[in-house]
Each structure stands twice: as structure tokens, then as C-alpha cells.
Ligand binder design. Structure first.
Ligand code: B12
Length: 380
């Protein structure tokens, strides 16, 4: 089987996400990398994400009644951008009539799954059919042959996203040219669930406010499941600021259960620099006390943690405290937030040997990234 990546979402104005959540879990069990986009997403958002993520397929559920217009518009936007190859499948239970499903299949939607298909095939059977549709290899685009991009992106994401795919799927090429350009590369790492993606989203938001002309690439890594080979690439769902012409975002699976970064990380960074981005953020998969892999790839290592790290002695074991240039104690409003900031500042001062510096001058910030205008995030 090829490395299959599928974007899953519900349609615009549709909160019925139970069905797509079931389907994406079964897809992941079949070894597929899922970029889950949640619910209530516009056709343009879905198409932009599908192009940046370079997926083979998109699975959409639509229960809101506008399925003919919605699926048709997604197909049109993809075709206009040169992405006729992306498979679209969907479902919407009894809200989509068999004759409407047939009409959609005529305009290039590969399959609309009706309740009758569920009865005939079962969920696993339907998912096997989706995997069969999407099991094809992505090859490099003929040079400069794509149609003009019909939506605004300062840097055309299409060649870059395909180059990243080829890097991840092929043998790792050491030959990606090292750039001489020196741009800030932020490495965001930290424990799973600490809120790295939300912190990342805020950094992008503030970056765009402070540098309206500058571009930024965000590469988010999530773990590949050892048991199935599938992955839930769920960071995109947390990112609101990326819906912007100056931002490119790509989710990557580790493709190994031993790493917190993707197999092709350094080459992906070089590709983003060569594409002309002014800055890059790499977000790793969740890490434990030991993992500081990211520091070899970035110029500004950042660590995101929560106040629940246990006794202060636990801090002495965390490798990233020795290397981080900035630390966010996120979800700072939880019990023990202030104590956590003090303890981490002390540990930071010890491990960086900054004995003569004022404890409050350590770059440790209590943040609540999910809050609008959070003073901790702004200070950071
Ligand atoms: C569960 C449900 C809800 C839950 C949603 C929970 C959630 N988080 O998803 C709640 C209670 C919140 C809800 C709310 C509403 N709902 Co509602 N809801 C349903 C219900 C009962 C089931 C939908 C469902 O998830 N089915 C489970 C899936 C797995 O099965 P299925 O739909 O039969 O799909 C089959 C195939 O199509 C296929 N399939 C489906 N999708 C996909 C995708 C892929 C990739 C594949 C391979 C296969 C596949 O798999 C199934 C196998 O047989 C339907 C009625 C019904 N009985 O279908 C109404 C229904 C969809 N809801 C309806 C409405 C009106 C609403 C509300 C607007 C009500 C209101 N006034 O507030 C709100 C809107 C909420 C919102 N924000 O969008 C209407 C829509 C009418 C329309 N479009 O004309 C329906 C049809 C009920 C009705 N008869 O009036 N709803």
C-alpha cells in the first residue's frame, strides 16, 4: 500500500461530526494518515488544506442540506488548481438522496455512501473502498505546468507540498541543497496535550500582526501508531491564524514510533527556506523528559509544559530545560501555576548557570494560549 493521506471534515454550517469521527478512526486503523479538520469548514478552507497537506483523498460528511452545491464547489476549486487527481468521497445518511448521489458521482465525486451502502458493506467495507480509491502514488508535478492558483497565497504551496511528500515517501535525500539564508527556525516541543498547537497558533497570529509582509511556514509533527501505521494529524484543527495568504502549514507523521520529529525534518526545513519563507515553526509530537531531538534542527528551541510536572526534582530530569531559549508553562490557570513558573525559573537558572541573573528575568512565561489576548502569550 502507498502512504495514504486523507483529509476529513464536515461541510460548512454542519456540526454533525459523529459520522466523520467514526470514519476517520476506522481509516486510521487501516494505516491511513488522517488530517482531521473537524466541522463547519468552507470549501476553500478544505481545498487549501488538501493542497498544503498534499492528500490523495478528501472525505466529507454533509447533513446540512446543501450537499449538491458544496461537493460541486469543492470539486471545482480542486480541478481549477490542477488537482483533478484528489479523490472526494462523502456521506450524509438519509439527507442525500440516491439520485443526488448519482448526480454528484457524475461530476467527479468518487462515491457518496448512502445508508444502503452501510447495510451492504458495513463500516469496514465502506472504508476499504475509500482506501482502495485513494491508494495511488503521488508523483512530482511537471515543472511549472500547474494552472494559475485561483486563491491568494503569497508563496504557491503546490510545488513545495509535493516536494515534501516525495521527500517523506522516498528514500531520504541528503542532497537537498543547504541554504545560506539565515532565518529564524522555532522548534516547539513539549509534553503531549500541553497545548503546543494552540501556542503555535498564537505565535503565528502575533507574527502576522507584527510582520504583515512576512511569510511563515508551520510544520507540525504527530506520531505514527506502531500498531497500524496510521496517524491522526490533528494539529491543523487548532490553528486559526493559518487561514492567511502569508502562511503555509503542513502536518507530518513521524513514520516511526521512536522519534518526535519526521524522518525528513532537516530536508523539509531546507525546502521551506528555499521556497522563500521568512520564518519557520516546527512543532514536534509530544515528548517525555528525555527527548531533546528538536534542538539539532532549529535556532530557537521552545518548550511547552503544564503546571502538572510533579515534584520540582522532576524538572532536573527534563533535557529540554537545558536547551530551551523560551519556556511556556501553558494552562497556567490550573492549580499550582504560579508555583510552577517559580520552580521552572529556578531550574532554568541552575541548568543555564545564570547565577547572577534575577530569577524573574528567566524566559519562563505562564500562558493560557487558548484565551484571547492572554498577557502571558503576549509577553512571551
Ligand atoms: C446524531 C444527529 C444529531 C446530533 C449530532 C451529533 C454529532 N456530534 O454529530 C445532534 C443531536 C447534535 C444533532 C443536531 C442537529 N441536527 Co441532527 N441528526 C442526527 C441524526 C439522528 C444521525 C446523524 C448521524 O450521525 N448518523 C450516523 C451515520 C454513521 O449514519 P448515517 O447518517 O445513516 O450515514 C450512513 C451513510 O451515509 C454512511 N456515511 C455517512 N457519512 C460517511 C462518510 C464516509 C467517509 C463514509 C465512507 C460513509 C459515510 O455511513 C452510514 C452507514 O449507513 C440525523 C437523523 C438520522 N437518523 O440520520 C439527524 C439530522 C441529520 N439532523 C438534523 C437537524 C435538522 C439537526 C439540527 C439542525 C436540529 C436543530 N434544529 O437544532 C441540529 C444541527 C446541529 C449542527 N450544529 O449542525 C436533520 C437534517 C435535515 C436536513 N438536512 O434536511 C436530520 C436528518 C434529522 C431530521 N430528519 O430532521 N443531530
Amino acid at each position: 500500500m502507498n502512504n495514504i493521506r486523507i483529509l476529513t471534515s464536515t461541510s460548512l454550517f454542519d456540526g454533525h461530526d459523529a459520522s466523520i469521527n467514526i470514519m476517520r478512526r476506522v481509516l486510521q486503523e487501516q494505516g491511513v494518515e488522517i488530517i482531521h479538520f473537524g466541522h463547519n469548514r468552507s470549501a476553500l478552507e478544505i481545498v487549501t488544506a488538501a493542497i498544503e497537506e498534499d492528500v490523495q483523498g478528501i472525505a466529507i460528511t454533509s447533513y446540512q442540506g446543501g450537499h449538491i452545491e458544496f461537493f460541486t464547489y469543492v470539486r471545482k476549486l480542486l480541478n481549477d488548481a490542477g488537482y483533478k487527481h484528489i479523490i472526494i468521497v462523502g456521506g450524509g445518511g438519509g439527507t442525500i438522496l440516491p439520485k443526488e448521489a448519482a448526480a454528484l458521482e457524475k461530476i467527479g465525486i468518487s462515491k457518496i455512501f448512502l445508508p444502503a451502502d452501510g447495510l451492504r458493506l458495513g463500516i469496514e467495507g465502506m472504508i476499504k473502498e475509500v482506501v482502495r480509491f485513494c491508494n495511488y502514488e503521488l508523483k512530482s508535478f511537471p515543472k511549472n505546468k500547474l494552472p494559475k492558483l485561483n486563491f491568494s497565497k503569497k508563496i504557491d504551496p503546490r510545488y513545495l507540498s509535493r516536494a515534501i511528500t516525495l521527500l517523506q515517501n522516498g528514500p531520504i535525500k541528503k542532497g537537498v541543497k543547504k541554504s545560506k539564508k539565515d532565518i529564524p527556525v522555532i522548534g516547539l516541543t513539549g509534553t503531549g496535550g500541553a497545548g503546543k498547537s494552540t501556542v503555535c497558533d498564537r505565535i503565528v497570529q502575533y507574527f502576522l500582526l507584527a510582520n504583515p509582509q512576512k511569510t511563515i511556514a508551520v510544520i507540525s509533527v504527530d506520531p505514527t501508531k506502531r500498531k497500524t501505521g496510521g496517524a491522526l494529524l490533528g494539529d491543523r484543527i487548532r490553528m486559526n491564524a493559518i487561514d492567511h495568504p502569508n502562511v503555509f502549514m503542513r502536518s507530518l507523521a513521524t513514520r516511526s514510533d521512536k522519534n518526535s520529529i519526521a524522518n525528513s525534518m532537516d530536508a523539509v526545513i531546507e525546502l521551506c527556506i528555499a521556497a522563500g519563507f521568512d520564518s519557520i515553526i516546527i512543532e514536534t509530537a509530544g515528548v517525555g523528559q528525555n527527548d531533546a531531538t528538536i534542538i539539532d534542527f532549529v535556532s530557537i528551541p521552545m518548550y511547552v509544559m503544564t503546571p502538572e510536572f510533579g515534584a520540582p526534582t522532576q524538572l532536573e530530569k527534563i533535557n529540554m530545560i537545558d536547551y530551551a531559549k523560551i519556556i511556556a508553562i501553558n494552562k497556567f490557570d490550573r492549580t499550582g501555576g504560579l508555583d510552577a513558573v517559580r520552580d521552572v525559573r529556578k531550574q532554568f537558572r541552575r541548568s543555564h548557570h545564570q547565577w547572577s541573573d534575577e530569577i524573574n528575568s528567566m524566559p519562563i512565561f505562564g500562558t493560557i494560549a487558548s484565551h484571547f489576548n492572554d498577557p502571558g502569550m503576549q509577553a512571551m
